[in-house]
Design a protein around this ligand. Structure first.
Ligand code: DGL
Length: 269
């Protein structure tokens, strides 16, 4: 496979941009193709079958570009689909999982909060993650109602956003957590509000950077790192409203983003 092909990245919406920015920083010459499946979000409230069929359709679309690797920049889609994607497609496929392991390694009091979507928290993959790493830590697990909807409607800085963050975090802070896992790629967009509410003493774990490093290692192993010295570009595709996505991209990524609608065959569910 030619090493100058782009890397494909997808999420239900703009959450995966929090991973994309680490990939861009770490690998400036790679070309990146990002799919935001906004018409079908939130994945966290959909069935495993639905998320799997969306993930397969998007992976097929990315392969038609073509791409040399796929990053499932979504904890929810990883839990529901990464295994099938790896069985079905022969290219490096990188998934994500909530950073339970680093949280346990870094927590001093072993009282840890874990935030993710309902679908991620109810998945077999998450249960296995806890069985493997939880040991004798006290884990407080919470889905974040309304967070994704606030981010996807551009209400990141609204006063209501700060209050839903407070509502979610208060019970965890009362339990004395010293570490908080952001187990959904959308949540780092609320990092300011999270820090304000949680205070400086709570360590926040986001796995975006670790995923970018893992991707780089996998590309290296397969001799797929781009050899060009010039800066790679980004191309965005989305389902759902193009206007909304354009506004979000301008705010969260930058003006020059090249955006196209996801073709019909990749849009079925
Ligand atoms: N960003 C996705 C994740 O990391 C979830 C968003 C959704 O529920 O659509 O889990």
């Amino acid at each position: 496979m030619p090493s100058n092909l782009p890397i494909g990245i997808f999420d239900s919406g703009v959450g995966g941009l929090t991973v994309l920015r680490h990939i861009r920083e770490q690998m400036p010459s790679e070309s990146l193709v990002y799919v935001a499946d906004r018409h079908h979000l939130p994945y966290g409230k959909k069935s495993d079958e639905f998320i799997l069929s969306r993930s397969v359709a998007i992976a097929e679309f990315l392969l038609s570009q073509p791409v040399k690797a796929i990053v499932v920049a979504c904890n929810t889609a990883t839990a529901a689909a990464v295994q099938t994607l790896r069985q079905r497609f022969e290219l490096p496929i990188i998934g994500m999982e909530p950073g339970v392991k680093p949280a346990i390694e870094h927590s001093r009091n072993h009282i840890i909060g874990i935030l993710a979507t309902e679908r991620t928290l109810g998945s077999g993959k998450f249960k296995m993650l806890l069985e493997r790493h939880a040991n004798d830590s006290e884990l407080f697990i919470k889905p974040c109602h309304g967070w994704i909807e606030h981010i996807e409607t551009g209400k990141q800085s609204a006063a209501t956003t700060r209050s839903i963050v407070e509502e979610t975090l208060s019970p965890l802070l009362t339990k004395g957590i010293d570490t908080l896992v952001l187990g959904c790629t959308h949540y780092p967009f609320l990092i300011e509000q999270i820090r304000e509410v949680a205070g400086d003493s709570v360590l926040i774990i986001d796995t975006g950077l670790a995923v970018a490093s893992h991707l780089q290692r996998r590309l290296e192993e397969h001799d797929l790192l781009c050899r060009s010295t010039s800066r790679g570009g980004e191309r965005f595709w989305c389902s759902g409203s193009m206007d909304e996505m354009r506004q979000l991209l301008t705010r969260l990524w930058g003006n020059q983003a090249e955006l196209s609608p996801l073709p019909d065959q990749a849009n079925r569910s």
